[in-house]
Design a protein around this ligand. Structure first.
Ligand code: ZN
Length: 351
């Protein structure tokens, strides 16, 4: 490398220094943003995303600085030699700065001048060093530090464990895809984490049969489900009149659901959820499937309800513990009964 620097060389050096200084200030600001993100108390759902976005900024700026450090090498080597010989021509440098900054803002100019002053002090005290390589090695060090933070954080933050309902409803839908082609489950209110579990509101639609709105809560501690509210309607209800027979059918289904849910929720949370989904899925053949007991489709229910289809579907129920010599009655699930036929069936089987 030539030990003489032409005014053009020096002007280029100044421009390089200025770039490096701007990058340093950008690193400062991206590090500040990054630190703010990491230190924030409430880590919202977008935390992981902003964390990695901010880290990318820091990395990008460090890489830029590292490249700029390389550009500065020539100038710094020259500065070191000049410092040893105490041969700095500051007047020339300053006039070049004025020239270079002719069209630049005052702030940028000051920053570059400050750097020159800093290096002048360094040079005068005979301690001129390869600032470029120092910057580069600190950048590498900082980068390594950051990488280790990321790896540590990664194990804590990703992948985020899906919440209870989101996880098991998806699992149930996947497992039962073939049999429940006509069924859909929609999150009316996205699942939200609470102190002791999570809550959500879902809508279960069985094509040609029913729509169920359910407000659900999962309690992690006891591993149980709670149904806070439910409403079961006909898919066609909006088109039909208030006193329509279908409306009456669903009045009965709503009443029945009270008893059914009590039995279905005795199970642990995942099984309870599956019970509920299976039960609603079993209504897909409402108005089509005849009664298991009388084998008829319509039955005269009462003067109020008149003729009704079998609107009972049997549900999961914990069997009482039997003695060893007793074979427990395993009742099938999702079987259609008329309301009165179901009552008789229960009485006969002491359910
Ligand atoms: Zn019947």
């Amino acid at each position: 490398m030539s030990l003489t620097r032409s005014p053009e060389n020096i002007e280029k050096d100044i421009s390089n220094i200025e770039h490096a200084l701007l990058t340093v200030s950008e690193i400062r600001s991206s590090l500040k943003h990054f630190t703010d993100i990491v230190q924030v108390e409430q880590k919202g759902p977008s935390f992981v995303q902003s964390f990695s976005d901010r880290l990318k900024c820091v990395r990008r700026d460090l890489n830029t600085l590292s490249a700029e450090g390389e550009n500065l090498k020539g100038a710094l080597e020259h500065a070191q030699v000049a410092a040893i010989e105490n041969k700095f021509n500051w007047n020339l440098i300053k006039s070049l700065i004025e020239h270079h900054h002719h069209h630049r803002s005052e702030a940028e100019k000051e920053a570059a001048e400050e750097e020159i002053r800093y290096r002048e002090e360094e040079a005068n005290s005979g301690k001129a060093k390869e600032v470029g390589s120092i910057v580069k090695s600190s950048a590498n060090h900082a980068y390594k530090e950051l990488s280790s933070i990321v790896l540590e954080r990664k194990s804590n933050l990703t992948p985020p464990e899906p919440l209870f309902f989101t996880k098991y409803i998806n699992e149930w839908l996947t497992e039962n895809k073939a049999t429940n082609a006509d069924l859909s489950v929609i999150f009316e209110k996205q699942e939200q984490q609470t102190l002791c579990g999570s809550t959500c509101r879902i809508k279960i639609c069985t094509r040609k049969a029913l729509v169920a709105d359910l407000e659900l809560e999962y309690e992690r501690g006891s591993d149980t489900l709670v149904i806070h509210q439910y409403d079961i309607k006909s898919v066609k209800e909006e088109k039909q009149s208030w006193k329509d027979s279908q409306y009456l059918v669903f009045q009965k289904v709503n009443l029945l659901a009270t008893t059914a849910f009590e039995d279905m929720l005795v199970f642990f949370a995942k099984e309870a959820l599956y019970n509920i989904l299976n039960w609603f899925a079993s209504y897909r053949n409402l108005f089509v499937s005849p009664c298991q007991r009388c084998h008829k489709l319509l039955q005269f229910d009462s003067p109020q309800y008149k003729y009704l289809p079998p609107m009972v579907r049997t549900w999961a129920k914990k069997q009482p513990i039997h003695q060893n010599d007793h074979v427990p009655i395993v009742h099938s699930i999702g079987v259609a009964y008329h309301m009165r036929c179901f009552t008789e069936y229960k009485n006969n089987h002491a359910m």
